[in-house]
Design a protein around this ligand. Structure first.
Ligand code: GLN
Length: 201
């Protein structure tokens, strides 16, 4: 059975562990490099990217995690996790580290300039209609040619500036969403990621 780790330094770790277990993999929290070495894929949870970034250094996980992602280990980031996987961040902190792996520019707290959180129905390529919960979420400001756009905020009056923004992407073995499928009990995005882990193995 595949083993999928959830980076467990800060954020909604438990919700991801539950969603992964329901997708029939062995789900484990990761806090140490030895634990990272044992997993076939990793989930970077929602939380606070600046805090997770700082703790990655403290726990000596920044370089090992960067390296594994570079070598092709599947990774999925929700919200703060998307920020960490982006090659470039706007409105970040100057000392915030990127794991990289996704050729995207994300804008941190992008929706938060208007509202702290909101919900929307999205068409998610390969998954279907998804009820998405956004909490001080980033959006993808721009994506490189190798990046597949999987979902956008639908055009509607109440979406305002968020209308049409990219909120789910995939580039090869790296998947990211601005929103939190781990909070809605809808296992389909985690199952998509688990399929990526299985086909990489
Ligand atoms: N605003 C947070 C950050 O910058 C992300 C919020 C979230 O993960 N729900 O990391």
């Amino acid at each position: 059975m595949s083993v999928v780790g959830v980076l467990a330094l800060q954020g909604d770790v438990r919700e991801h562990l539950v969603a992964l277990a329901e997708a029939d993999v062995l789900a484990r929290p990761i806090r140490r490099p030895e634990e990272l070495a044992e997993v076939d894929g990793v989930v970077l949870p929602g939380g606070e990217s600046t805090t997770i970034s700082r703790l990655l250094e403290t726990f000596d996980l920044l370089e090992p995690l960067r390296q594994r992602i570079k070598e092709g280990m599947p990774a999925y980031g929700s919200c703060a996790g998307m920020i960490l996987l982006a090659d470039q961040v706007l409105d970040g902190r100057a000392d915030q580290h990127q794991l990289g792996g996704l050729d995207i520019v994300v804008r941190r707290n992008a929706f938060g300039r208007q509202v702290d959180s909101f919900e929307a129905e999205l068409d998610f390529t390969g998954v279907g209609q998804v009820h998405a919960v956004f909490i001080r979420a980033p959006w993808v400001e721009s994506a490189g040619e190798g990046v597949e756009v999987l979902a956008r905020v639908p055009e509607s009056a109440e979406a305002g500036e968020a209308a049409g923004r990219i909120v789910a992407v995939r580039q090869g073995h790296v998947l990211a969403t601005s929103f939190h499928p781990e909070l809605t009990g809808d296992g389909r995005v985690h199952r998509l990621f688990v399929d990526m882990v299985r086909s990489a193995g």
